[in-house]
Design a protein around this ligand. Structure first.
Ligand SMILES: Nc1ncnc2c1ncn2[C@@H]1O[C@H](COP(=O)(O)OP(=O)(O)OP(=O)(O)O)[C@@H](O)[C@H]1O
Length: 334
């Protein structure tokens, strides 16, 4: 797949010199957007380092698309500033950006490679080159059999993939994907995860919005959680997970004994196991008390909180439930 994403420096294409003065791909501060009476985005700050895979998580209507559209310069914020590669007028560096909008759509009568070339031409890539690269990309993405097909002859998922390839054909430095996983089956979701990883390995910054926390957990170094037009958390996935104490799960041979006083008062039963938060003093003193108190340890595990649990804590149960209702029944594993 690396050929697919054979990334060259791209600043020359746009006539704008590559910016080396900032390590940030995106810096957005205090973004606010109103649509009539609706306050869609209420003061969003997002900072995306270059080369990151960055996830924007939030339930329906949270303000993800509006935020991305402001960052891209498709709409202007009512308040706040945003910079892409240090440039505060994103349109000026449009050729360095690839954008997959949430609303999918290509001309049904166009050939797939022409559709990719057309999208590339909107970002400054000559059509002939776009067609050549389009065919190459389709071949490498497993759609070689469809290069001569028209969009209307493709399945919905295949057409969506063609649109994604059109987003990448001009070799952008920054790729912004709005809900790229929705509408794809489990196999294609897995392929898309691989493609996103490959883009990042080649130095491209990738930002995607999603309802499905598992994609972000597998792919992202950093995330922003958007809920109700605000960002209650933006930062590393690891730090978000560390906001919750790890959970201990303990099974013992003996039901009772002096060891029981070592368990925190909040410990609960889950079948044969005790479940509780890892005490602040750590596992060693607890282990000592269990051994000396003759618990007869059968099994003991310590599990770090996942991003989903962190999301529930940060954004709230309601937001998590709203997200979960959108998760596909079949999940892919990394
Ligand atoms: N053009 C518009 N005119 C009026 N209201 C809008 C417009 N675009 C978005 N909104 C409103 O702004 C809020 C945020 O919408 P937005 O599309 O940004 O959310 P989202 O997080 O991307 O949601 P989803 O996951 O459903 O796509 C919603 O209340 C929505 O109804």
């Amino acid at each position: 797949m690396s050929d697919v994403l054979d990334q060259a420096p791209h600043g020359d294409k746009s006539g704008v010199k590559p910016d080396t003065s900032t390590e940030l791909a995106i810096e957005a501060r205090g973004l606010v957007k109103r649509f009539g009476d609706t306050l869609a985005v209420r003061g969003v700050d997002i900072t995306v380092p270059r080369g990151a895979i960055y996830g924007i998580l939030g339930p329906n209507g949270a303000g993800k698309t509006t935020t991305l559209r402001m960052i891209l310069g498709i709409i202007d914020p009512d308040e706040g500033v945003r910079r892409i590669f240090g440039e505060d007028r994103p349109q000026r560096i449009a050729r360095r950006i690839g954008y997959l909008p949430e609303e999918r759509g290509l001309y049904p009568a166009m050939k797939a490679t022409d559709a990719i070339a057309f999208m590339g031409s909107l970002r400054g890539l000559p059509r002939a080159e776009g067609r050549r690269r389009g065919a190459e990309l389709m071949e490498q993405y497993g759609l070689g059999h469809a290069v001569d097909k028209k969009i209307k002859e493709l399945s919905k998922g295949m057409a969506q993939t063609v649109q994604l390839l059109g987003t990448l054909v001009h070799k952008p430095d920054l790729v912004i994907l709005d809900e790229p996983f929705s509408g794809l089956d489990a196999i294609n979701q897995g392929k898309l995860e691989g493609l996103i990883r490959q883009l990042a390995e080649d130095g491209t910054t990738v930002i995607f919005s999603t309802h499905v926390i598992h994609h972000a957990e597998r792919l992202c170094s950093d995330v922003a959680i958007i809920a109700g037009g605000k960002v209650p958390y933006a930062g590393s996935v690891e730090v978000a997970r560390d906001r919750l104490p790890p959970q201990v799960r303990l099974e013992t041979k003996n039901d009772d004994g002096p060891w029981r006083s070592a368990l925190p008062a909040s410990a609960t039963r889950d079948g044969a196991a005790w479940v509780f938060e890892l005490p602040e003093s750590g596992i060693e003193p607890l282990l000592r008390s269990l051994i000396e108190g003759n618990a007869g340890i059968r099994s003991l595990s310590i599990e770090r909180a996942g991003l989903h649990d962190a999301f529930v804590t940060i954004a709230g149960e309601a937001a998590a439930q709203a997200m979960q209702s959108d998760e596909p029944a079949q999940e892919v594993s990394a």
